[in-house]
Design a protein around this ligand. Structure first.
Ligand SMILES: Nc1ncnc2c1ncn2[C@@H]1O[C@H](COP(=O)(O)OP(=O)(O)OP(=O)(O)O)[C@@H](O)[C@H]1O
Ligand SMILES: [Mg+2]
Length: 269
């Protein structure tokens, strides 16, 4: 059973504040001589679901890390409701959660304790309050039965849901998801997409979703950005992706298996 105690001296977490906007201006990032991002500008509205796509290695995760302040720009700025994303105070003022590409769960902790960790570390509620928040998040993601299991005992899809549930207990104003449907079967992928859309509708959380999943993008995005060669090759409403004019974007979204395509030639060495 989850632990309990009667320490009521710790205040409960504040009610969720309103969603926040994200502004990226002329963001460039280099690692040594390698320029990954080349002057990206992007405005994400409060409550928007923005899906970021792009080939592997195009810099999607690097861009997400700038928004949560885990990377510093080489040039340009990233602000969240006008606050510098890289400033430590911003993380005290804005509740944001990044669901990492690989889940990043603590294998030595149960699912319950993985979710409770943030609340305990920040002393945001007593154990009874923590239990309410953790069980509610597990319930939203249909994981109540997994509370006392360890991450290694779960399927990949369950681990993804645990990672989302763990972010949810923070009652975030901004949720960032890095490849939330990769390695999942299509049904579980659709379920995760629905969860992302439901969380936005119920909690008005701003959501930035990095994904290769075209169905997810077309299903839940308000707008889609496609990163290619360090720049946003496409930025616009999801409807514009139904029939993309740019052949590089069309090929990225619906690649044809054509062994004469130069894409395949590049792999021959
Ligand atoms: N800390 C770092 N130091 C050096 N190079 C890095 C660092 N982080 C990322 N890179 C490089 O930046 C490029 C973009 O990486 P990133 O992880 O953002 O790609 P991605 O678009 O998320 O790819 P994927 O779809 O495979 O996850 C890659 O070439 C990567 O090797
Ligand atoms: Mg990535």
């Amino acid at each position: 059973m989850p632990p309990t105690d009667n320490d009521d001296s710790i205040p409960a977490v504040a009610p969720a504040a309103s969603a926040v906007g994200v502004k990226v201006e002329n963001l460039s990032k280099s690692f040594g001589k390698f320029e990954v991002l080349k002057g990206i500008s992007l405005d994400i509205a409060p409550g928007e679901i923005f899906v970021l796509m792009g080939p592997s290695g195009s810099g999607k995760s690097v861009l997400l890390k700038h928004i949560v302040g885990l990377e510093l720009p080489t040039a340009g700025t990233v602000t969240i409701d006008g606050l510098d994303a890289a400033a430590p105070e911003t993380r005290e003022k804005v509740r944001m959660a990044l669901v990492f590409q690989a889940g990043a769960l603590f294998n030595s902790l149960t699912v319950y304790d993985n979710l409770a960790l943030y609340l305990r570390e920040h002393r945001l509620a007593n154990e009874a309050g923590i239990r309410d928040k953790v069980m509610r998040a597990l319930q939203i993601l249909s994981l109540e039965q997994a509370a006392q299991k360890f991450p290694s005992d779960l399927s990949g899809g369950m681990r993804k849901r645990v990672a989302i549930a763990r972010s949810l207990v923070m009652e975030p104003q901004l949720m960032l998801y890095d490849e939330p449907t990769s390695e999942l079967d299509p049904v579980m992928g659709a379920t995760i997409s629905e969860i992302i859309a439901t969380l936005r509708d119920q909690y008005h959380v701003t959501s930035i979703v990095v994904s290769h999943d075209r169905d997810l993008a077309l299903g839940i995005a308000d707008r889609v950005g496609i990163l290619m060669g360090g720049k946003l090759a496409h930025l616009g409403p999801v409807a514009e992706l139904q029939k993309p004019k740019d052949p590089a974007i069309a090929d990225f979204l619906s690649p044809r298996i054509d062994l004469k395509n130069p894409r395949f030639k590049k792999l021959e060495t």
